[in-house]
Design a binder for this molecule. Structure first.
Ligand code: COA
Ligand code: AMP
Length: 633
């Protein structure tokens, strides 16, 4: 493939002259005070961007657009097929709601640096809550609604919020999820007790309130004064977002204010190719990083219109919903997870529903969150007749590490690869000793420090864990946790995780956390959870369970009990439904469970029996159990 001079120049400047590159990108942001240093390398490996500068992220996302005369432009389009409602919110109206909510939070004692946990469904108030925190310089931590009370409690204990924002319920296609009782349980379980909660009452289900602690969203917002934007340092945290690691304790990824705003504004132009005033739709959830970056902050900072969609790609009401939304609101770029397209394709393989709509407004489809199988990408490209950009990123980075820069230097698409490294990311592939491998050879994917602006500066109040988990393996590099290779054309191929993290429908889950939940059952003696291939969701968790000798439940009953236990302990999002009751688990002589080997067996991938195995016959019986479940064929 030919060298691409425009890409190469952009990329080389970002790597060799990062200060110049990012100072230029920072012109898109309104600062209260300029920076002392673009890149502060005084405390390596903890690099910081735009030190000394001050700004307010909410001002950049909302106020400045109104000041510049765009108050009447639509900021948020809320489309909710599950409640049969639609709403358009202008930047002026958003400013009004956010200023009032900031006032309400302030009246609850929230000030700069305080944490606010947000446990809410996909409704406009959730974005209002996030922006109100940003306005005050408070640090929000959004927890995905599909997590159970225990998971919420863990995050409350780590973030120690003064206030929790929530809603009475979320609406799933098959049920109404009562959030408030889950929140009440979480507060009971947590050692840290927030002083107040502010609850948005939805008409579908009205929550019971606790006097003195719980406030009604509408009432406190109506009775509060407008609160102005509070100036914060570029390096002050904007939010914490918890993500799954290898242990049961989630990692609190910290995002700063300055670098984040700069990076997202840059991506809206160079990657997503969306201009101010145009409509951008990330069909994800605000509980995930995609929702933070591209439902809330990215489009709004760019003065684009964001679509907030409360529904599913299929079943609300059918696999044509995405096309209806695109046509109705003239969406220019759509971003979602491959799993959503796999679901649509399975429901409407010939794309008949696509033909019912005029999608000429759509310029491109962006997919991320999990590996995109080439068949899905090619199907989407054929049916939609637009470029389909697979791009690779993580909660930790907040924006993509590898992508096709459609907005500035588009490259040929290779299905199965998220394309080339994005400017700012010096990506390398190394072997177990940390040595760089040749093009085409697989290894661990690492990024040379410093990471670009907007990526995690640390984990919440845990520099030690940040260093241990990401920076300690290969000196001077960030460990992505993904393995793969870079081909001769500089395209990346992301193959698998090197840790015990699995990816279920674009949602990242820790097998360690699921094992912890299963072990809590009194009849479970030993357990291992592995990720097995699934046509729709990419991966599904499968638990291999050894029961205690005194367990007198039938296999059917124990399976039901364990599925219920994980759902109640971790949440429905784990989609935990597969269990194999086995006599023993395969282990090395030192007692380490051979999870990777079992995963390969289940997925019918090649595997070698480790020389250190304690008893090789155990693998045979595991294989038989997996075959009975339709795996290991
Ligand atoms: N609050 C409460 N429960 C939730 C929830 C939320 N916000 N989101 C999901 N759940 C529940 C679902 O109701 C489901 O529960 P169930 O077991 O009672 O059916 C469970 O969690 C699993 O949900 P999900 O993974 O969404 O599976 P699904 O079978 O309901 O839908 C897809 C399948 C493919 C339609 C769906 O996974 C999807 O839309 N994926 C897109 C993924 C995505 O946006 N990822 C974000 C990263 S970009
Ligand atoms: P999360 O932090 O939940 O966004 O999950 C990040 C992980 O999802 C990455 O480390 C990858 O394992 C996987 N991932 C995300 N995007 C892609 C992609 N485009 N291709 C392959 N894997 C991806």
């Amino acid at each position: 493939m030919d060298q691409d001079p425009s890409y190469q120049e952009l990329y080389d400047t970002s790597i060799h002259k990062p200060q110049e590159f990012w100072a230029d990108a920072a012109q898109a942001i309104s600062w209260s005070k300029p920076w002392d240093k673009v890149l502060d390398d005084s405390n390596i490996p903890f690099y910081r961007w735009f030190t000394g500068a001050t700004l307010n992220t909410c001002y950049n996302a909302v106020d400045r657009h109104v000041e510049q005369g765009y108050g009447e432009q639509t900021a948020i389009i809320y489309d909710s097929p599950v409640t049969d409602s639609k709403q358009k919110i202008s930047f002026s109206e958003l400013l009004h709601q956010v200023s009032k909510m900031a006032g309400a939070l302030a009246s609850c004692g929230v000030t700069k640096g305080d944490r606010v946990v947000i446990y809410m469904p996909m409704i406009p108030q959730t974005l209002v809550g996030m922006l109100a925190c940003a306005r005050l310089g408070a640090i929000h931590s959004v927890v995905f609604g599909g997590f159970a009370a225990n998971e919420l409690a863990t995050r409350i204990d780590d973030a120690k919020p003064k206030v929790v924002l929530s809603a009475s319920c979320g609406i799933e296609p098959n049920r109404t999820v009562a959030y408030k009782p889950l929140l009440d349980d979480a507060i009971d379980i947590a050692s840290h007790k927030p002083s107040h909660t502010i609850i948005f009452q939805r008409e579908q289900l009205v929550a019971q309130m606790t006097d003195g602690r719980d406030f009604d969203w509408q009432q406190v917002s109506d009775s509060s004064e407008y609160h102005p934007c509070v100036e914060v340092l570029a390096t002050d945290p904007l939010y914490i977002l918890y993500t799954s690691g290898t242990t049961g304790q989630p990692k609190g990824v910290v995002r700063d204010n300055g670098g984040h705003a700069v990076a997202l504004a840059w991506t809206m132009k160079h990657i997503y190719n969306v201009k101010p005033g145009e409509v951008f739709w990330a069909a994800s959830d605000v509980g995930w990083v995609v929702g933070h970056s591209y439902i809330c902050y990215g489009p709004l900072i760019n003065r684009s219109t964001t679509v907030l969609f409360e529904g599913k790609p299929i079943g609300t009401p059918d696999a044509g919903i995405f096309w209806r939304v695109i046509e109705e609101y003239q969406v220019k770029s759509l971003f979602t997870a491959p799993t959503a397209f796999r679901a649509i394709r399975a429901a409407d393989p010939e794309g008949k529903l696509i033909d019912k709509y005029d999608l000429s407004c759509l310029n491109a489809l962006y997919l991320a969150g999990e590996r995109c199988d080439p068949a899905t990408l090619i199907w989407a490209q054929d049916k939609l007749k637009v470029p389909v950009v697979d791009h690779w990123w993580q909660t930790e980075t907040g924006w993509s590490i590898a992508a096709n820069l459609l907005g500035s230097c588009p490259a040929p698409i290779k299905a199965g690869s998220p394309s080339r490294p994005v400017p700012g990311y010096n990506v390398e592939v190394v072997d177990a000793s940390g040595a760089k491998v040749a093009a085409g050879e697989s290894g661990m994917i690492v990024i040379k420090l410093p990471l670009p602006p907007g990526t995690l500066p640390t984990l919440w109040q845990n520099n030690g864990r940040y260093y241990d988990a990401y920076l300690s393996q290969v000196e001077g590099y960030y460990l992505t946790g993904d393995a793969g290779y870079i081909d001769q054309d500089n395209y990346l191929w992301i193959m698998n995780r090197i840790d015990d993290v699995i990816n279920v429908a674009g949602h990242r889950l820790s097998t360690g956390r699921l094992e912890e939940a299963l072990s809590n059952h009194p009849s479970v003696a030993e357990v291992a959870v592995i990720g097995v291939h699934d046509e729709l969701k990419g991966e599904l968790p499968l638990g291999l369970v050894v029961l205690t000798s005194d367990c007198d439940l039938s296999h059917v009953d124990i399976e039901k009990a364990l599925i219920k236990q994980v759902r109640e302990d971790v949440g429905p999002v784990a989609a935990f439904k597969l269990i194999a009751v086995v006599d023993r688990l395969p282990k090395t002589r030192s007692g380490k469970i051979l999870r990777a080997t079992m995963k390969n067996i289940a997925n019918s991938s090649e595997y070698t029996v480790p020389a250190t195995i304690e008893d090789a016959s155990v693998l045979e019986s595991i294989e038989q159990s997996l075959q009975q479940m339709g795996y290991a064929q």
